[in-house]
Design a protein around this ligand. Sequence first.
Ligand code: HEM
Length: 140
Amino acid sequence: MERTLYERLGGMDAITAVVEKFRDRVAGDDRINLKFERTDLARLRKMLIDQVCEATGGPCRYNGRSMKEAHAGMGVTRGEFDALVDDLVQTLHQFKVPSREQSELLAILGPLKSEIVEVNSTEVGTALPDIFRPAPALTV
Ligand code: HEM
């Protein structure tokens, strides 16, 4: 039987490492970092790991908000979505993830675009609207 994408990516340790490097890259990217101004980053880290783990066939369960709900009112542009995908691709290159696994992961995440993008524009670096209410912080 063909191994799952989760296994081929290297399992939990590899996914955790990719998510952490990706988060650092996003934090330094002025095209999108304003959007994360009021976000609980510990929660985001956990949610991204669970989402990628589950979506690639791993043993996790994502229990965060739907993509529509999580990004509603954030005013994400098409250009900002593409910038985030660009940061992800750079991170996957950095970890030398083979092109087949890269394509499979992007094929899972790409279709979420329509649930996340609210503004059909190539503009980047747009502010987080005041009305946006972030998800509650994780309680341990
Ligand atoms: C395929 C692309 C994307 C995926 C898979 C994704 C995934 C996620 C997930 C799983 C969460 C956590 C939801 C929760 O806490 O319940 C989240 C939150 C968030 N995402 Fe995304 N996202 C994507 C694109 C973007 C883009 C393009 C931006 C902005 C440029 C963005 C900004 C944010 C922010 C700021 C939060 C935190 C919201 C809060 O504080 O409540 N995301 N995203």
